[in-house]
Design a protein around this ligand. Structure first.
Ligand code: AVJ
Length: 320
């Protein structure tokens, strides 16, 4: 019925779909359009991110792995034998696998992740490879306060690899680090992976690779909105743009409208001018003293820091 397009049924129900739809509608209604980077990771987006981590230009993942492998024994020495290792936003267990061989006396491993199903399957896989390890998965959004499982050993080390901290505004990152301190309790340590400020050309290439994988990752967000919320984004009408903003020490990713156009999302029209962008991600980069100062605001003291020979990436050990 051509007369009733605006009376089409509401998008898929369910709390997740609703929160996603509300965030998208609010972000597109803002004077400077934005979408949250946390929505990149549907199954296609997660697969594209895995592909990004293997790109020649994308140095963070392989560099952090090398640091964890090379300095695993020193990192592990910060946790008393029998203590608990708590990984915030564990996702795949690839990173902790680099540390576990150095922690033979680990009392418990607590992966924390929102995706309960993924958490369970990853914990099962890990249990097969480390059969004597006590694994206590906690399904929670680590950005909000949550309770650790009961009867955890008193000695605790938090683990927050992957430079996920870079996705948060510095103010929010400090709040998050404070919340980790309270969750872990007195006397805890925290190991955080932090990408370093470096030459703009290196950073620009890492987020705008020659093969176009990061472009596909960015554009996939529009495909997800089309499918899950009901929208008519034409993916060919938007272009990937990523650059290092030197003043703010962050990578910005945008989707640039290639022409004047109107896109309808959940029956709401949004006008785009040619060249107007949707800001989809920030990835903050820090210097070593800069990150230590941020952590200090949350009550953490820098104990040690490890980097690779080229100074691309850092792994910080902090204590309360
Ligand atoms: C998963 C947030 C660490 O910022 O480097 C990679 C995400 N975005 N390429 C990053 C990402 C584009 C990544 N983090």
């Amino acid at each position: 019925n051509a007369a009733t397009p605006h009376l089409a049924p509401a998008p898929a129900q369910g709390p997740a779909a609703t929160a996603f739809a509300q965030d998208v509608l609010a972000g597109l209604a803002a004077p400077r359009k934005t979408l949250s980077a946390k929505y990149f990771y549907d199954s296609a987006g997660s697969a594209l991110f895995e592909e990004i981590t293997r790109l020649p230009e994308y140095y963070p993942t392989r560099t952090e792995f090398a640091i964890l492998e090379r300095h695993g024994a020193e990192i592990a020495a910060l946790l008393a034998p029998g203590g608990a290792l708590v990984e915030f936003g564990s996702g795949s267990t690839e990173k902790v696998r680099r540390l576990l061989p150095h922690l033979p006396g680990l009392g418990a491993y607590v992966p924390v992740d929102v995706s309960e199903e993924f958490l369970r399957s990853e914990a099962e896989d890990l249990g097969r490879d480390f059969p004597h390890l006590r694994i206590e998965p906690a399904a929670a959004d680590f950005t909000r306060p949550f309770a650790l499982p009961d009867d955890l050993p008193e000695a605790r080390m938090g683990f927050f690899p992957g430079s996920t901290i870079g996705n948060f505004e510095p103010e929010t990152a400090a709040t998050l680090l404070g919340h980790f301190a309270r969750t872990l309790g007195a006397g805890a340590s925290l190991v955080v992976g932090v990408d370093l400020v470096k030459d703009k050309a290196v950073l620009d290439a890492a987020y705008d690779d020659a093969a176009g994988v990061t472009a596909a990752f960015n554009l996939n967000l529009l495909r997800r909105i089309n499918r899950e919320i009901g929208a008519d984004f034409d993916l060919d009408a938007f272009a990937h743009r990523a650059f290092f903003n030197e003043n703010l020490a962050r990578i910005e990713m945008h989707l640039v409208s290639r022409r004047d156009q109107v896109v309808t999302v959940a029956n709401v029209p949004f006008a785009f001018r040619e060249g107007e962008t949707i800001h989809t991600e920030n990835s903050y980069k820090y210097t070593i003293p800069g990150f230590r100062a941020l952590a200090a605001r949350a009550g953490w003291e820098g104990r040690a820091v490890w980097t690779d020979p080229d100074g691309l990436f850092s792994v910080h050990a902090l204590t309360t």
